[in-house]
Write a protein that binds this ligand. Structure first.
Ligand code: ADP
Length: 585
């Protein structure tokens, strides 16, 4: 029951709803006690021949009144208790959501977002259930159970009560056990089903590879295996599910046999009346639910506790990058000074001895082999990670002394893995500045050389992107992402290999637009194709996390190192490609 204590903050918050809900629940429990008495009185009246028409009408009227009152009050307790539990679900969901948006890349590298979502959904549901059905079963099993037993003992016979209730604990034990087994098996069935789903999703998206490699039959076999597994596991669920009813009816039936058998004996002894036996059996019927609720309660509480622990654990994870105590939120200029002695994710140093300066209105090109540390440098510049040894300053201020939000406002990054939302193209471009005018959006799209493409779509800028809209090529997506970053107009713009999917000519146009746009922006361009950085004021070549070459395009060509070799090779490749025509992926 510790979970109820842990949730006490919520019960305090919603004390009104819970107090009213519980009062109504107790009312219902008390009302339930009346009908068996009325029926007993009717039977006694028949038996003794004292039942008049008026009395019968009175009894029937009372039964009706109790029924109506019950109907109304039941509505209210549900409204209050389940209403509150739904609000708890909403509260936890928004807390988790807000928290997830605060966490940084390193968290999402360690945790798969699909798993996070599934857990969050199930856990929130389990805790919300504890605050709803958990409270209901607790109150009902305690109040209703004790009310009925007290009424049986005091108004009928303690002996009959004692013997008739002997089988009931068996039911509590068994149903609670089945509940646990059902939960585990249900989980297994669910995960078998998600395995099947994952498999189908993967096969459908890789259908071409499957066909090309002649693996279709093997794939169908795997599918059949997985799908029989789902059937097996669901059968196991059904087997337990099927045990509930026979157990309940069996145990309750046993109680009835004792009640009627022993009741008849007591009747013969003159200890109780025939009406008492009728009322008693009706009370026994009323006891079934509180007993079931009691068994159910333990399962709900146990699941709720495990889920609440997981939610608490998740909420306790701190983002690795935190705002310093007196972190500033403005910078004097967009001048960047990089003095990294060393940076490592784990043990191995990824960047060493990087000393650079990027002035406003100037550009820096970063090139090098895959794995050389280019993206890492970008991540440090946008403060996805903090420099281990050394520092990066923006406008004279150490990034660590700036609020994360301030860094985001100063530095716009167009990442390699661009992301567009299922909204219109205009909204996607204006994502960081929703108040932008259509002219500004178009201006950004023109600079990113995507304006003409957009006009070619069925609804121009209003065309919706994604599953329910138009499918864009990789290059178009990249250019829309660039337009988005351009519109944000941050003092620092970083393109992290953001031109990889556009053809050489389009790249040239974009670079040209960048060059001529006379502004004070500091630009950092990471690229695989050297033509994307050839115009930059300074170019660095990274090799194993160190600067191996630096200078302008011409200086580097003259130097005759990796840069020149790569440049010559790429020029040749372009010539060959142009011979065969260019293609945008
Ligand atoms: P590039 O962008 O030049 O291809 P990266 O900056 O992505 O290079 O990677 C540099 C090195 O850091 C590589 O050896 C890579 O394996 C490693 N690395 C990159 N990201 C991580 C990470 N999140 N955790 C651990 N190692 C990483």
């Amino acid at each position: 029951m510790a979970v109820f204590r842990k949730l006490s903050w919520f019960f305090k918050l919603e004390w009104k709803a819970y107090s009213l809900g519980i009062i109504f629940l107790i009312f219902v429990a008390a009302l339930e006690l009346i009908p068996p008495k009325l029926i007993g009185a009717t039977v006694n009246g028949i038996n003794e021949g004292t039942l008049t028409k008026e009395l019968l009408l009175q009894l029937a009227g009372a039964l009706l009144a109790v029924g109506i009152a019950n109907y109304v009050i039941r509505y209210f307790w549900r409204f209050y208790i389940f209403g509150a539990s739904i609000r708890l679900g909403r509260l936890l969901r928004s807390q988790l959501y807000a928290h997830f948006t605060e966490l940084d890349q390193s968290f999402y590298k360690k945790n798969r977002s699909g798993d996070l979502m599934a857990h969050a959904t199930n856990d929130v549901q389990a805790v919300s259930m504890t605050a709803g059905a958990g409270i209901l079963t607790l109150v009902d099993s305690v109040t209703m159970g004790s009310f009925v037993i007290i009424t049986m003992v005091t108004t009928i016979s303690w002996k009959l009560t004692f013997f008739s209730l002997l089988p009931m604990p068996i039911m509590v034990y068994l149903t609670s056990r089945y509940g646990k087994m059902l939960h585990t098996r249900f989980h297994d069935a669910q995960s078998a089903f998600s395995d099947l789903n994952d498999k189908v999703a993967e096969s459908v998206s890789g259908i071409r590879v499957l066909k090309a490699t002649g693996q279709v039959e093997a794939d169908v076999e795997t599918f059949t295996d997985l799908s029989s597994d789902v059937v097996q596991k669901n059968k196991r669920v059904a087997k337990i599910d099927a045990l509930f009813d026979p157990t309940i009816f069996g145990v309750v039936g046993l109680s009835y046999i004792i009640a009627v058998g022993y009741g008849a004996y007591l009747l013969r002894q003159g200890e109780i009346s025939i009406g008492d036996i009728v009322s008693f059996t009706a009370y026994l019927g009323l006891l079934t639910w509180p007993m079931l609720a009691f068994g159910w309660l333990f399962n709900i509480v146990e699941r709720g506790r495990a889920s609440y622990d997981r939610i608490e654990h998740m909420l306790a994870i701190e983002p690795e990058i935190q705002d310093a105590l007196h972190a500033g939120d403005t910078v004097a200029s967009s001048e960047i000074d990089i003095a990294i002695e060393r940076f490592s994710y784990e043990e191995k140093p990824v960047l060493s001895d990087i000393a650079l300066q990027i002035l406003p209105g100037r550009s820096l090109g970063i090139v090098g082999r895959t794995g050389a540390g280019k993206s890492t440098l970008v991540r440090l510049l946008s403060r996805e990670y903090d420099v281990t040894k050394g520092r990066i300053t923006l406008g004279g201020r150490n990034l660590k002394q700036l609020k994360r939000r301030a860094v985001r406002e100063q530095v716009a990054v167009v990442p390699q893995d661009h992301f567009l939302f299922s909204e219109s193209i205009a909204d996607n471009i204006a994502f960081a500045c929703p108040e932008a005018t259509m002219e500004e959006i178009m201006e950004a799209a023109k600079t990113a050389a995507v304006h003409d493409d957009i006009l070619g779509f069925p609804e121009g800028y209003a065309t919706v992107v994604g599953e329910r809209g138009v499918t864009l090529s990789g290059g178009q997506k990249q250019r829309i992402s660039i337009a988005r970053a351009l519109l944000a107009d941050c003092p620092v713009l970083i393109l992290d290999d953001a031109l990889s999917a556009v053809d050489a000519k389009t790249e040239e146009r974009i670079i040209e637009h960048f060059r001529t746009a006379s502004n004070n922006q500091a630009q950092v361009i990471v690229a695989h194709r050297l033509s994307a950085v050839s115009h930059a004021d300074e170019i660095i070549v990274l090799e194993d996390g160190r600067i191996s070459e630096r200078g302008t395009h011409h200086q580097l060509l003259e130097r005759g190192g990796w840069y020149k070799e790569t440049y010559d090779r790429q020029q040749l490749e372009t010539l060959v490609e142009q011979g065969g025509g260019t293609n945008e992926s």
